[in-house]
Design a binder for this molecule. Sequence first.
Ligand SMILES: NC(=O)c1ccc[n+]([C@@H]2O[C@H](COP(=O)([O-])OP(=O)(O)OC[C@H]3O[C@@H](n4cnc5c(N)ncnc54)[C@H](O)[C@@H]3O)[C@@H](O)[C@H]2O)c1
Length: 255
Amino acid sequence: MRLENKIALITGGGSGIGEASSELFAREGAAVGVCDLNADTANAVVERINAAGGKAIGLQADVTNRADVERVVGSVVDEFGGLSILVNSAGVSDRAAPADYDVDQTWQWVMDVNVKGTLLPTRIALEAMRNSGGGSIINLSSIYGLVGRTEWLGDGFSAYAHSKGAVLQITRDLAVKTAREGIRVNALCPGFAHTNLTTGLRQNPELLARMEEAHPMGRLGEASEIANCALFLASDESSFVTGIALSVDGGYTAQ
Ligand SMILES: NC(=O)c1ccc[n+]([C@@H]2O[C@H](COP(=O)([O-])OP(=O)(O)OC[C@H]3O[C@@H](n4cnc5c(N)ncnc54)[C@H](O)[C@@H]3O)[C@@H](O)[C@H]2O)c1
């Protein structure tokens, strides 16, 4: 097993990439704290993991709330005895903002969840990782942390791409600072994938066809394909890898 004796905290663990990573990491031997804003989805993932013989606990938290994040990291350490892996998968797009938000409120909300919601768990988890002798942090950026969006996806003012660029720079800056402490910090840059995040886009057949066509492979990705790359970065197989932005995008950013 590739994550034997590892202890992971996965934010956004109730859905999509976080869900796939939680289940995969547990199958590979990690004890997993499945954290999500939505307690029901997190607990459903935990039930599946435990029924399959894995080890997991469900943790409800808002990743932008310091008290929530401190409680969650503390629970993982108390329950499993340390922390060696953090996957920051909680994230939102502008499309999911509350209906009464104006453009400025929407921008701030996306930045808060995607950027502060990555930084805060990282800051608090780092201390626990130091006490555990090192660790691996995996941040979910996006192809839109690397390249601008085509005109049919946005006007350049929506926060999603801005937030994912910030996630990449947090990744690089912290990777340099923590490299001598045995802590690695890396980012994944997925292309469009079949998860709840993209449901709204995929319901429009014309848009779906455009999104598929934009990937040289001619299709969207699966959460499991992204989780497989998270597994590599979480495991000791990537022991000399830190500060990278790993594209998992069917060739999107190679064009
Ligand atoms: N699906 C894609 O096409 C895609 C592409 C590139 C990057 N990403 C990134 O990958 C990450 C995971 O996306 P996904 O596709 O699995 O989305 P998803 O919507 O399926 O899952 C995201 C999870 O985050 C949780 N969440 C949202 N706000 C939260 C908060 N404040 N506190 C705690 N949890 C919160 C949600 O409840 C949800 O369970 C995101 O950061 C997303 O931006 C996704």
